[in-house]
Ligand binder design. Structure first.
Ligand code: HEC
Ligand code: HEC
Ligand code: HEC
Ligand code: HEC
Ligand code: HEC
Ligand code: HEC
Ligand code: HEC
Length: 280
């Protein structure tokens, strides 16, 4: 019979608290990081460069890119502000680099940074994201087969593509607004779209409950490599007789055979047309 070690039992018993602790630490780190970036009066990262060019400020870009500048007030990145002389290298030029030569030349493409061609401009501020794309399993952004803008919107609304961009849309989306976030992934991953006869309700929480969108140490970009992935939502209970119940079914015999989704068990974690148990 399969029995858990003391350590495993302890982790299982405390897994909620452990999750909260690590989540809290992560949030704190994010808060410190973004406050530092948002409120600092020093440029803490070097913006991308164009040799010989000066920062001219967003108003100048508006002369020729009226629409982009007009919509930009709604963008996540428009919240980046710096007082005084540092203000010129926020806004457009924080991603596109100094624009004086580009403007003087009437818009020469080779005199302005375009992050579509290389994500380095984004990494100036999001250094941690680069390391996520270097994990063993990742979306092929550094390889040049995809860009950040396949999933993110730099110029208007929320930086997360597919997410609700405004109050009106959120109301229209109602409680299902999260599904529009899946929509972006499903444009490329059509096989996961369904519709399924037996839908797995987990899909309503969004692809990111199970997948790390940038990269992961686990295969298939999974957030966890074993049953922990599924036990985040499905309750596991050990009876005095030593059986392990999940969904009221004795799993003590199944668990040692592999992950929940391999070994001929729940092989269709996205949904099934055959069985409510997501087997095929
Ligand atoms: C968060 C970074 C970021 C900021 C800030 C930003 N851009 Fe961009 N910009 C991008 C990316 C990424 C692309 C490439 C878009 C793509 O892949 O389709 C781009 C593309 C462009 C293009 C090329 C046309 C196009 O849509 O492909 C123009 C013009 C442009 N930006 C102007 C601006 C202006 C003007 C501002 C300020 C109001 C601005 N950008 C602010 C990241 C940014
Ligand atoms: C004098 C007009 C003018 C000004 C001012 C101007 N641009 Fe442009 N820009 C253009 C034109 C025209 C193009 C289109 C070039 C093309 O498609 O070949 C362009 C293209 C771009 C592109 C796309 C380059 C690419 O790789 O295809 C970006 C990014 C861009 N501009 C950003 C900016 C930013 C940021 C500013 C302000 C700092 C700015 N521009 C100011 C005229 C201007
Ligand atoms: C000058 C620094 C800077 C650059 C360059 C930059 N970002 Fe950001 N970005 C930030 C900061 C700061 C935040 C946090 C803003 C906030 O929480 O309000 C942020 C937030 C984000 C978010 C999260 C939005 C959310 O809703 O949580 C995404 C996604 C993002 N950036 C993508 C990009 C991409 C893609 C690029 C390159 C095209 C880029 N960023 C370039 C500073 C930058
Ligand atoms: C396959 C789609 C996809 C691609 C490509 C992608 N992202 Fe993301 N990104 C996401 C999703 C989805 C989230 C939200 C994560 C969550 O909710 O757990 C996110 C979150 C973020 C965040 C905020 C949270 C964090 O991890 O810091 C930043 C910043 C970010 N992305 C930057 C980038 C940059 C920079 C690139 C390009 C180098 C990029 N992303 C490419 C899908 C993508
Ligand atoms: C622009 C198209 C595109 C978008 C949008 C996209 N992906 Fe991908 N995805 C890819 C490509 C390309 C690969 C790499 C396939 C390969 O390496 O064989 C991939 C790989 C994956 C894999 C691993 C597949 C495997 O067989 O190992 C998963 C899981 C995944 N994506 C989930 C997502 C999720 C979740 C989102 C939304 C946050 C998303 N993708 C958005 C194109 C996309
Ligand atoms: C309940 C957790 C869960 C959710 C939610 C989820 N996935 Fe998955 N996904 C998995 C597991 C587990 C695998 C690995 C299946 C395997 O290896 O046989 C996987 C595999 C994949 C693959 C690799 C292709 C394949 O069949 O092996 C892609 C692509 C993918 N998922 C995309 C998505 C997209 C897009 C969404 C959101 C619409 C999503 N997933 C939501 C658990 C999930
Ligand atoms: C985000 C939460 C969440 C995650 C993660 C999750 N599930 Fe689910 N799952 C649900 C919900 C909600 C239901 C529907 C209610 C129920 O039957 O318990 C469900 C139903 C099921 C069912 C059908 C049960 C029945 O009796 O009809 C199976 C089988 C299942 N999930 C397997 C898995 C597997 C395997 C994984 C890991 C790959 C997983 N789930 C991950 C939330 C989740």
């Amino acid at each position: 019979m399969w029995r858990k070690s003391k350590m495993t039992q302890w982790i299982y018993a405390h897994r909620l608290r452990l999750l909260w602790c690590s989540g809290g630490a992560y949030l704190l780190a994010i808060a410190l990081l973004s406050c530092g970036t948002l409120d600092s009066n020093r440029a803490i990262v070097a913006p991308p460069g164009v040799p010989g060019a000066q920062f001219i400020g967003m108003d100048k870009c508006a002369n020729c890119h009226e629409e982009v500048v007009r919509d930009f007030v709604t963008a996540t990145h428009a919240r980046l502000k710096a007082p005084g002389t540092n203000a010129t290298n926020t806004g457009c030029e924080s991603c596109h680099g100094p624009g004086s030569l580009h403007a003087q030349a009437g818009g020469a493409a080779n005199l302005i940074v375009n992050p579509r061609k290389s994500p380095q401009a984004c990494f100036a501020c999001h250094l941690d994201v680069r390391s996520q794309f270097q994990l063993p399993h990742h979306h092929p952004v550094l390889e040049g087969n995809m860009t950040c803008t396949d999933c993110h919107e730099p110029h208007k609304g929320k930086a997360m593509k597919g997410g609700p961009t405004g109050k009106a849309e959120r109301i229209r989306g109602g409680g299902m607004a999260f599904l529009t976030e899946n929509e972006n992934c499903l444009q490329c991953h059509t096989a996961q779209r369904g519709p399924y006869v037996f839908e797995h309700e987990a899909m309503r929480e969004g692809c990111t409950v199970c997948h790390r969108p940038h990269g992961s140490v686990n295969q298939r970009l999974l957030t966890e490599r074993n049953q922990t992935l599924c036990l985040k939502c499905h309750f596991e209970r050990q009876t005095s007789g030593g059986s392990i119940l999940i969904g009221n079914v004795d799993h003590s015999f199944f668990l040692p055979q592999g992950t929940c989704w391999s070994a001929g068990c729940h092989e269709e974690p996205h949904g099934s047309n055959v069985t409510p148990f997501l087997r095929y």
